[in-house]
Every structure is written in structure tokens, then in C-alpha cells.
Ligand binder design. Structure first.
Ligand code: CP
Length: 322
């Protein structure tokens, strides 16, 4: 039986997915994030050990967790592909998790290429350490989803549920798209459109993700308050070029957020991207750096969110706001 993400009292035991995470738990995390965003220098993780286990590369997630944990007083160890026996000596994910648990680890942040890897890690931890999903396959990236929703809530306030949100790009393989969808729905957003080329955003997603799928980006952006662009991976671009003669420049013209498209959006609309961004592919250079872009605000808020998640999961209740 897989371990549950929530304890019987509704508190978080692990953070594996935003699918089904109650609104109350989300708002508790946002309240803690406000506390940190306001500049708290509280160190509730003093004496605790966090291990970042990253089977895939990461700039934002790993650095934010490392910096956040250190600022909260924790010791941090980073395990990556080069240092892990799992890569070079075939040690399983489960044995890697059990090994770091035996070292007295309080928390594990895991990034892995396989859907469900975070659940497997939580099962292997067997109550000895909390597991935070730093992105598993195409399944979930909960702290990115939390950072994105927190950014929108702080920007638009109570108007959040009335927003029209377009999620554009490689939706098929995007764990961020799924986590954004889950949390925005939990917070009451109803108008969420998915868009991209049929190869990356097939019509069948409308059924599995429960949101309309559009292949015309102008249609997806019509009346949108928020455009969330997703990264197009190099290998997908190569396939589009080889199979459909679609160059990166063609991609931007047909499916990306160009300056012309941005100019047709609502004046108060905002542009988001979880990063890393491919300038000149899914988003034009100047759009990424424009005043409507919240891309760096997502990163700043990601720090407060990671501190909130670490505090909620690892700090003792009586130490949470000391
Ligand atoms: N958004 C995100 O997950 O970025 P990294 O891959 O750099 O962590």
C-alpha cells in the first residue's frame, strides 16, 4: 500500500503531488511563504539534514531548495548523477533512499525522470524522512506549481478565480502543466486552456486533463489574463524540424509568444515560464524581459515557497515561526 501524502489530521506527511491537495493546505503554505517573503530570518531547521537527490539536471529547484534549507539553518548534501552509486553501480532508488535515511536525514528532495518516483521514494523512506517531489517524469512538480499559483495570487489577489489562463507548449510531457492545472483548479480558476502544436499538445489531452485544447495560439491567447509558456526540449524541436520541417524560428512564429502576440493581449495580462527558457523558440527575447513578464518573480517566490514547504514538513510545530 503506497504511503499517503497527508497524515490523518490533514497535515502534510510528504509533498508528492498537487492533485487532491486540499485548498486549506495550500493556503497554510502560502501563509508561511508570506512570512518568509516578508524577510523572516527564522531558522527552524537548525540541526536537520536535507539531501537533494537529483537524477536530472536542475538550476532553479535544486538551488532554491539548497539555499532555502541553509537559510533555515539546515545542513544540506547534494547527490547528483556523478556522485550517486545508483548511476554508476546500479543501486536502486529505494536503496539510495534507505541509505540516506540511515544517515539521519530529515528530508529528501527528489528529481527523477520516471513518473511516480517520488511516491516510490516516500514508500522506501518508511516514515524515517519526508520526501518532497522536485519533479518526477511528466507526473508532477508540486513546488513549481505552488510558486506559480502563489505568484498569481500575489499579483491578482481575489480576482484569481476569474482569470483566463493559457498554458502553451509541450503540455504532453510537462509536469509543470499538470501541477499548475491542479493547483489553479483547487484555487477556483475555471478558464484554463491548453495550447500548442498537435504533436506536443494533442487533442486527447482535453479528456485526460479536463481542459480545452487549442492548436491556434492566437485563439488560446484571446482574452487571456495569463500566458504560461512551457519549455520545448531540444529533442522535441529536432523531431519537429526533421518530421514537420518546423525550425525554431518557425516554431516561434506559429506557436510561440511573439511581440506581436503579446501586443494583442490584455494590457494587464502577465507572462510566466517555469524555466529554463528557450529564447527565440517558445518565447521571444523581448517578451521574456518585458514588464509583463513575471518569470523572475516566479523564481523569487519559489524561494519563499520552498522555505514554507521545508518548514511545514521538517520543522517541529513549536519551532515553525521562532
Ligand atoms: N522550473 C524548473 O524546474 O527549473 P529547473 O529544472 O532549473 O529546476
Amino acid at each position: 500500500m503506497p504511503v499517503a501524502q497527508l497524515n490523518s489530521d490533514g497535515s502534510l506527511a510528504h509533498l508528492l503531488t498537487l492533485d487532491g491537495l486540499p485548498a486549506a493546505a495550500v493556503h497554510d503554505l502560502f501563509t508561511l511563504a508570506d512570512f518568509y517573503a516578508a524577510g523572516s530570518d527564522s531558522r527552524p531547521l537548525r540541526g536537520r539534514l536535507l539531501v537533494n537527490i537529483f537524477f536530472e539536471s536542475s538550476t532553479r529547484t535544486r538551488t532554491a531548495f539548497e539555499a532555502a534549507a541553509k537559510q533555515l539553518g539546515a545542513d544540506v548534501v547534494n547527490l547528483d548523477q556523478i556522485r550517486m552509486a545508483g548511476t554508476t553501480k546500479s543501486e536502486s532508488l529505494q536503496d539510495t533512499v534507505r541509505t540516506v535515511c540511515a544517515m539521519g536525514t530529515a528530508g529528501i528532495v527528489l528529481r527523477h525522470g520516471e513518473d511516480g518516483a517520488a511516491q516510490q521514494a516516500a514508500d522506501a523512506a518508511d516514515g524515517q524522512a519526508v520526501v518532497i517531489n522536485g519533479g518526477d517524469g511528466c507526473h508532477a512538480h508540486p513546488t513549481q506549481g505552488l510558486a506559480d499559483a502563489y505568484t498569481l495570487l500575489r499579483h491578482f489577489g481575489d480576482a484569481l478565480p476569474t482569470l483566463a489562463v493559457a498554458i502553451i507548449g509541450d503540455v504532453l510531457r510537462s509536469r509543470v502543466a499538470r501541477s499548475d492545472l491542479h493547483i489553479l483548479r483547487t484555487l477556483g480558476v475555471r478558464d484554463i486552456r491548453l495550447a500548442g502544436p498537435p504533436q506536443l499538445c494533442p487533442s486527447a489531452l482535453a479528456g485526460s486533463l479536463g481542459a480545452p485544447v487549442l492548436h491556434d495560439i492566437d485563439e488560446a491567447l484571446a482574452g487571456a489574463d495569463v500566458a504560461i509558456l512551457l519549455r520545448i526540449q531540444n529533442e522535441r524541436l529536432a523531431a519537429l524540424r526533421d518530421e514537420f520541417a518546423l525550425s525554431p524560428a518557425d516554431y516561434l512564429t506559429r506557436y510561440g509568444l511573439t511581440e506581436a502576440r503579446q501586443a494583442r493581449m490584455k494590457p494587464a495580462a502577465v507572462i510566466m515560464h517555469p524555466g529554463p527558457i528557450n529564447r527565440g523558440v517558445e518565447i521571444a527575447d523581448r517578451v521574456a524581459d518585458s514588464r509583463q513578464s513575471l518569470i523572475l518573480q516566479q523564481v523569487r517566490n519559489g524561494m519563499a515557497i520552498r522555505k514554507a514547504v521545508l518548514t511545514e514538513l521538517i520543522a517541529d510545530a513549536d519551532e515553525q515561526r521562532r
